[in-house]
Design a binder for this molecule. Structure first.
Ligand code: CP3
Length: 348
């Protein structure tokens, strides 16, 4: 039996659209805050029983249709020798500021990410059958920006310079074999899909995106699809638009994550026969008064429901980015309950 999420990825979901949020486990959630009183973020990620508990918290409390492995996109940088820690936010012990610095990277040893595979097995056991589980990795360009800048802040001047001086190419040639093994490890352990989170993608103009970001993605996705054809890919490129998406049409992805800057109905109409579309409510809406949130969500749901079935059978309901810290839990609950109520009876 395929889950709602799996059916949507095949664009064949005639039932209620599935719903899950990026960062559904995190700082806004009292369950996660309680775990953090006892354990560090790294502990929670790297101890499989804790990663499983963090992953399951939002499933139990809010009944999302999909779980997402509790982990972080930056662990591969640690495996490449960049010394990752999380004193407050993430910190690397050195940055990729020169072409020579690329030589400091060590070839990736996938056994260092074995904790993810153990966590996925535990989550799979704990997760009800009708729910899906996502694995995830960061896109090469986004991981490069973090390797260069240490964060996703400012104008990414040095990262963009790295596209010209050979740093990006040197970096992704070392990163890609590890990233491929990371995706395969998650798929083989039991993930239903792998999300590729490319948060920095839309910082580039569409031409540069096509000439520099697409080649490593193409190679990675092609190799991955040969190894794991049965576990589909969902690509999320933040701040990307149709001119970026055009370059993705030749890549073997099943779903596209979009941010809140786009008109959902229009994207579903224009792209929904090609990919499952995931998104795209503005995460700041979750700070609105419940009545206003209800009004706005109902409007979005009505617009989607009015679309021809063919364009909405691949809709995965969610946010345009992650749940923000301090988001009221009551509004997360309201969102899920309203979505259930609104689409109740779909396909019956
Ligand atoms: O519930 C889930 O979605 C799974 C967990 C998850 C985390 N990070 C946990 C986390 C996921 C999917 C990520 C992905 C991730 N990590 C991305 C891509 C998606 C995005 O949000 O853009 C990026 C860019 C990172 C890198 C990263 N890790 C940042 C920028 C930060 C600090 C800022 C923040 O939002 O907290 C982290 C730390 C991190 N990763 C935390 C969590 C719950 C916070 C740790 C803490 O302070 O307790």
């Amino acid at each position: 039996m395929k889950t709602l999420f799996q059916q949507s990825l095949m664009r064949k979901n005639t039932g209620r659209p599935p719903v899950w949020f990026m960062r559904q486990a995190g700082r806004y959630h009292s369950h996660y805050q309680n775990l953090k009183k006892q354990y560090s973020f790294e502990d929670i990620c790297t101890r499989p029983e804790l990663a499983c508990e963090a992953t399951m918290g939002p499933i139990r409390d809010f009944d999302f249709d999909s779980a997402i492995l509790f982990s972080d996109i930056l662990f591969p940088l640690d495996v490449l020798g960049m010394g990752l820690s999380y004193p407050e936010g993430p910190e690397l012990s050195w940055h990729l500021k020169t072409r020579q610095a690329v030589e400091r990277l060590v070839p990736g040893d996938i056994s260092k990410l074995e904790f993810q595979s153990q966590a996925i097995r535990l989550i799979r056991n704990a997760l009800p059958q009708e729910k899906s589980l996502l694995g995830f990795v960061g896109g090469p360009w986004t991981l490069f920006c973090y390797a260069v800048e240490g964060s996703h802040q400012g104008n990414l001047i040095s990262s963009k310079q790295g596209l010209v001086d050979g740093r990006f190419e040197g970096f992704w040639r070392i990163l890609s074999p590890l990233l491929l093994e990371n995706m395969v490890l998650q798929a083989k352990a039991g993930a239903d899909a792998i999300a590729v989170l490319d948060t920095c993608a839309g910082e580039l103009d569409p031409q540069t995106y096509q000439s520099h970001v697409i080649p490593p993605l193409r190679e990675l996705f092609k190799n991955y699809s040969l190894r794991c054809p049965e576990v589909p890919l969902v690509y999320y490129g933040k701040t990307c638009g149709p001119d970026h998406w055009k370059s993705l049409t030749e890549l073997p992805i099943a779903g596209l994550g979009i941010d809140w800057r786009h008109d959902l109905a229009q994207v579903l109409s224009e792209w929904g026969d090609r990919w499952a579309i995931q998104g795209n409510i503005d995460p700041t809406w979750l700070f609105l008064e419940p009545a206003e949130l209800t009004k706005r969500l109902t409007q979005v749901f009505e617009t989607v429901k009015a679309l021809p079935v063919a364009s909405r059978q691949g809709w995965i309901c969610g946010l345009g980015h992650g749940v923000l810290p301090k988001t009221p839990e009551s509004n997360v609950r309201l969102f899920i309950e309203l979505q259930r109520k609104f689409f109740q009876g779909e396909g019956k």
